[in-house]
Write a new protein. Structure first.
Length: 662
């Protein structure tokens, strides 16, 4: 609830600030396109149109036959947003459905402020027009006509612009300071006060962050954080205590261009949680001493351990080590013991790098007694059959021999005892059949240890043998593969990670209809997505993903079918010319330059503003068309179509008596 309230407060502050000085509209050129953005339109406006006149032209050309207005259907609004941006806004709005989302974003204050930092919001609110037909270094005059509730134009404004490459914000974010709480980091920074001039179009800031454990900076928010004054702050609550984070900021303008990076600030969140106690504390009696060992605490920031001793499980435990035991040792020898059979009880606690000491471990008991261990076994051998290991050895008999301990480890010195009570001294063999008697993992190396144990539970030296289980089993494939068609026609291949323990990497394949699959990528085991930039739009593909283990066994390939398509319409055909020859109408036009062009559609009408009927069933492949049923006085328009099925705007109407270039 606090996040929602702070967010709306920020929106209204930004909207109020911008409304004080903003002009009715802003025109921002950038190479071969021009952005027309409504900033502070008249209150009586319900829609608007855009016309353009190039240098030397006498008349304006209308670019918006249908006036621009806000989206009126709540069910269509989701199509205008990337999934991450929509989900973030829905969470902030607490909108569980499209209708609630629509009401929130249509609020004048909320939507108005959001449209400053999101071109997608500006599109939904009918505040954005992008002229993609502009040419670099050309001079144009744009006319904005405002339309009221009666559908009448009540005002118009014009602006002259020369199309050049857009310059990003020049100023750097400065004077970044921070404060740290229990579960948050507050950043504050300076940026020049907004002047209200048309050149000052910085509307917010991108905040980049990474922890020292991560490799790259990532944006904190899906769109820029709003500019509300000279001194701005942001509270990051997605932090963990004990971790160190780095931040830097960039200024962002109305069309998303970023300014220079700020300095990088480093912030550490204080650790207030003590570490958990160590695991498996063991007190082992030896001659004149008791050795306490333990498995490490699960906390990553542990630097040492303290040892506590008592004469009763319910008695007072006192620390017996003068200095903390370094974390690498995990061993303490208590020589201040009596050999009279007295029972000692030990507990161990962990200490982290902030000096916090955790709770004490479970108790371990030790009583000095016979501590002379039996000798080690001899001639330890191993035989592998059906992924099971049979161990045999030659015992070294002693009068107090009780049996044998058998251990297994995947890493030396990190042992797991396979037996509870010792194996009988009369049975010097052991069969390890793995978990649930299903055998051991193929391709893995295991270390087996066998030791002798006497009746006083003294354990002799462990004899080790290394065993390798042959790997002849392919890994488990990814449970599921999914392909996502991106807006630009590329394909993102995603998959659920394989659960194979010996997973090494993944292979990605692509197959055209009727062709053989071709491997197009190989990625590491920690990756579960791949962006295919080389696919052709409009071509049907199967994508396959397989898992590969450390010895090269490849799993079954899981497939997904998709036809890549983009969402961007090709350019409108230009230079349409109409002629009447041999009782038919002939049309020609200039070739449209688009990598994914599929062809053209030709439309005819008896009136220039009438209903146009498409004349071709399939996209026309050449820049010429003959209409045998055409007559003088008919009007024609042409569109281009790409392989994704996107169709351009119709060209200007043309008839036999005229030849016009849109």
């Amino acid at each position: 609830m606090r996040l929602l309230a702070n967010f709306f407060l920020l929106l209204f502050a930004a909207e109020a600030l911008f409304a004080q000085k903003a002009p009715p509209f802003l025109i921002i050129p950038d190479e071969n396109k021009v952005y027309v953005i409504l900033a502070s339109p008249p209150k009586e406006m319900v829609s608007w149109t855009v016309s353009r006149k190039a240098k030397g032209e006498k008349e304006f050309t209308l670019f918006t036959p249908e006036p621009i207005t806000k989206i009126k259907d709540p069910l269509l609004i989701r199509e205008f947003f990337p999934e991450e941006e929509y989900n973030w806004l829905a969470q902030v709005f607490k909108a569980e459905d499209e209708f609630t989302f629509y009401r929130r974003i249509m609020d004048p204050g909320v939507g108005g402020a959001l449209s400053l930092v999101s071109l997608n919001v500006a599109k939904v609110l009918g505040k954005l027009f992008i002229d993609t037909t502009a040419r670099s270094n050309e001079e144009y005059i744009y006319r904005i006509s405002f339309i009221n509730y009666q559908g009448e134009e009540f005002s118009r404004v014009e602006a002259r612009v020369i199309v050049r490459k857009h310059k990003p914000p020049p100023n750097q974010v400065t004077k970044i300071v921070f404060s740290v709480g229990k579960d948050y980091i507050k950043l504050e920074w300076d940026y020049p006060k907004w002047t209200g001039r048309k050149e000052d179009i910085v509307v917010g800031f991108n905040i980049y962050k990474r922890s020292l454990e991560e490799g790259e900076f990532k944006k904190v928010l899906p769109f820029p954080y709003l500019r509300t004054g000279e001194r701005i702050f942001y509270i990051d609550r997605k932090v963990e205590e004990g971790k160190t984070y780095e931040y830097y900021l960039t200024a962002v303008d109305l069309i998303g261009a970023e300014g220079p990076k700020s300095e990088v600030v480093v912030v550490k969140v204080k650790d207030i949680t003590p570490p958990p106690p160590p695991l498996e504390v063991v007190a082992t009696p030896e001659e004149g001493e008791i050795v306490i060992t333990w498995e490490p605490s699960l906390a990553e920031d542990v630097v040492g351990y303290n040892i506590y001793r008592s004469w009763s499980i319910h008695g007072e435990f006192k620390r017996i080590n003068k200095e903390p035991i370094p974390k690498e040792e995990r061993r303490f020898v208590d020589k201040d013991v009596s050999a009279t059979g007295m029972l000692y009880v030990y507990r161990v606690s962990a200490i982290d790098d902030d000096g916090l000491e955790g709770e004490k471990s479970t108790a371990a008991f030790g009583m000095p007694k016979d501590t002379t261990p039996p000798p080690a076994v001899a001639n330890l051998r191993a035989k592998v059959e059906k992924r099971m290991v049979k161990l045999t050895w030659e015992p070294q008999r002693t009068p107090d021999l009780d049996g044998y301990y058998v251990y297994r480890a995947e890493e030396k010195e990190r042992l797991f005892r396979l037996v509870g009570p010792p194996v009988s001294k009369n049975s010097p063999f052991f069969v390890d059949s793995g978990f649930s008697s299903k055998g051991l993992y193929p391709g893995r190396n295991y270390y087996y240890y066998v030791s002798q144990v006497d009746i006083a539970m003294n354990e002799g030296k462990r004899t080790m043998i290394e065993v390798k289980i042959p790997d002849d089993e392919p890994p488990m494939p990814p449970p599921e593969v999914y392909c996502q068609n991106n807006d630009d026609g590329t394909v993102t291949v995603k998959w659920q990670v394989s659960l194979a323990l010996d997973l090494a990497k993944y292979y990605i394949y692509r197959q055209r209809e009727g062709a053989s699959p071709q491997r197009i990528a190989e990625v590491g085991m920690n990756t579960n997505s791949y962006l295919d930039r080389t696919c052709e739009k409009g071509v049907a593909y199967y994508y396959f993903v397989s898992a590969v283990d450390s010895v090269g066994n490849e799993s079954e390939r899981i497939k997904f079918h998709i036809t890549p398509r983009d969402i961007y319409s090709p350019p409108t055909p230009k230079g349409l010319k109409v002629s009447y020859v041999a009782n038919r109408i002939n049309l020609t036009w200039e070739k449209v330059l688009a990598d994914d062009l599929d062809g053209y559609n030709v439309y005819r009408s008896e009136l220039p503003t009438g209903v146009y009927v498409k004349l071709n069933k399939k996209p026309w492949k050449t820049e010429g068309f003959s209409d045998p049923e055409g007559k003088k006085g008919y009007y024609y328009r042409v569109t281009s179509v790409d392989t994704s099925g996107n169709e351009s705007n119709k060209s200007e109407p043309a008839t036999v008596s005229e030849s016009r270039v849109p």
